[in-house]
Design a binder for this molecule. Structure first.
Ligand code: KIV
Ligand code: ZN
Length: 538
């Protein structure tokens, strides 16, 4: 894929795997990043920022493997972030080597606050570093993006000079970050207009925007930027990211799609042009949102635009009446357009492996034989308990099954007894990483508390549970429950997710997943988690 210097559409640059992954507890392992990258390619993003290659060996490996497997000739551009430092740029170039279309994204701060307190550098030094490091990156990779960090709070006159230097040294995309989410839409639009008017060589680069949502303005800022000439939008699925997050991909794409008539003239087309403004296959939006939420443990709030559970629900009688008469009365977009299929009843307990595999294909899952086998076993289990297995159930099963949490501790058994006038009691048996089966029991304020206390007695990692949530995948008493938890250990946050028709089992499994992530992130031998004698050793 080649991107023209002045596209008559918007380039979607997805940074879920880099900026999105920077939010506490959203940490993904390499295999999970690959699963998301494949889905981002199916969604049709133009650029995947796969990580920050120098940041850790895990980041390096993720960029490299995504470059290898998703960065094919017909696939998206694969990008790595790099500070304007030689070692960063070299690591990015090396990790990106297997990509058919690699991009190095290098940045340096330009606001006076950052120069004075963070970089301790003068404006002249920043100008010189920009020229030198962009040219160095260009010697290793053709496609170079440059970002003046904290552009939103930088002196525009200085910003123009930095951007001119970056373009002269070879940057083909200049990205304008509102790093701290400070600007308002008219200011941000004005900044982009100022850049177009005052940077002499700006016609040789695409203007991109990147923004955080600290004041809830990121999407509005971007749309104003588009009106003023920005042609690349850096965004994340579900808007996840540092602090209040990044601009949400699904909101930007659907705003440009639903309000195409309004935006078309800014692309020099007639208002009624049907040509799409982005390359995104909007029908993949809902699935991508669920996948990212499940794998990162970052829940989507019910009233979240486009992908929240209530986004297409009508509660008030007046609205329901109107929608029944004509959908257009209260709906500006069709739920189908984001792939929120009607909750079709697709399979039951008599459905065979072939039907299941066909349905997976129709839902767009591209699984290995081993993954299909595992998912089929889970499907049969659910079908035994639930009369009707819906598309959403299947998605929940597959998302759960393709979680790539290292299986250090394995849940072998969980059993609870509870009720009114009873003391909730749980017994659990876990298989340890060394293959030992350990059983323990505990009481708690409720059944989940008892289960978690029993697990803690086996695993023995003092942690703080900071979030616990149960959501049902579909309506009905036999619905699959999805449990998402987040725990804190020595200042770091780890998430866990599991789906099961039994929410106690899902709760136990989600907790084990989070503990396994925690355990696998520790240095070998740094903590002897689980290294104690159990009360009962089987
Ligand atoms: O928010 C920011 O400024 C960034 C840059 C590295 C682009 O993430
Ligand atoms: Zn950012």
């Amino acid at each position: 894929m080649t991107i023209q210097p002045h596209p008559d559409r918007v380039i979607i640059f997805d940074t879920t795997l880099r900026d999105g992954e920077q939010c506490p507890g959203a940490t993904l392992n390499v295999d999970e990043k690959l699963v998301i990258a494949r889905q981002l390619a199916r969604l049709g993003v133009d650029v995947i920022e796969a990580g920050f290659a120098i940041a850790s060996s895990g980041d390096f490996e993720a960029v490299q493997r995504i470059a290898e497997t998703v960065g094919t000739e017909n696939g998206p551009i694969i990008c790595s972030l790099a500070r304007s430092v030689k070692a960063d740029i070299e690591a990015a170039a090396k990790a990106l080597k297997p990509a058919a279309h690699p991009r190095i994204h290098t940045f340096i701060a330009t606001s006076d606050i950052h120069l004075k307190y963070k970089l301790k550098k003068t404006r002249q030094e920043v100008l010189d570093i920009t020229s030198e490091m962009v040219a160095y990156a260009k010697s290793l990779c053709q496609d170079i993006e440059f970002s003046p960090e904290d552009a939103g709070r930088s002196d525009p006159e200085f910003l123009y000079q930095v951007l001119e230097r970056a373009i002269a040294a070879g940057a083909t995309t200049v990205n304008i970050p509102d790093t701290v989410g400070y600007t308002t839409p008219s200011e941000f639009g004005g900044l982009i207009r100022g850049i177009k008017e005052n940077v002499p060589n700006i016609d040789q680069a695409i203007i991109s925007v990147h923004g955080h949502n600290d004041l809830g303005l990121a999407v509005a800022n971007f749309l104003e930027a588009v009106k003023n000439g920005a042609r690349q939008l850096e965004c994340t699925i579900n808007g996840i990211g540092e602090r209040a997050g990044n601009a949400a991909l699904e909101e930007l794409v659907m705003a440009l799609h639903v309000r195409r008539q309004f935006f078309n003239p800014f692309f020099g087309r007639p208002a009624d042009s049907e040509a799409p403004i982005t390359n995104i296959n909007t029908r993949e939006i809902y699935k991508t949102s669920r996948l990212v939420s499940n794998l990162t443990g970052m829940l989507v709030q019910p009233n979240k635009a486009i992908v929240g559970a209530n986004a297409f629900a009508h509660e008030s009688g007046i609205h329901q009446d109107g929608v029944l008469k004509n959908k257009l009365t209260y709906e500006i977009m069709d739920a189908q357009s984001i792939g929120l299929n009607d909750n079709l009843i697709v399979l039951g307990k008599h459905s065979g492996r072939h039907a299941f595999q066909n349905r997976l294909q129709e839902l767009g899952f591209d699984l290995s034989d081993d993954e299909i086998n595992k998912a089929f076993v889970r499907f049969k289990d659910v079908a035994d308990k639930k009369k009707e297995v819906t598309n959403w159930d299947i998605e929940a099963i597959v998302n759960d099954e393709i979680q790539q949490t290292p299986e250090l501790f394995r849940l072998e058994l969980v059993q609870v007894s509870c009720g009114n006038n009873a003391r909730p009691t749980a017994t659990v048996t876990l298989r340890t990483p060394q293959g030992q089966e350990l059983t323990d029991a505990a009481t708690g304020t409720g059944p989940v508390d008892a289960v978690y206390k029993a697990i803690n007695r086996v695993v023995n990692v003092p942690n703080e549970l900071i979030e616990f949530s149960v959501q049902s995948v579909t309506a009905g008493i036999d619905a699959i429950g999805e449990v998402t938890i987040r725990l804190r250990y020595q200042g770091r946050v780890f998430s866990g997710h599991a789906a099961n028709t039994d929410i106690i089992v899902a709760s136990a499994q989600a907790y084990i997943n989070a503990l396994n992530r925690l355990q696998s992130s520790l240095e070998p031998n740094a903590n002897q988690v689980g290294d104690r004698q159990s009360v009962v050793s089987v």
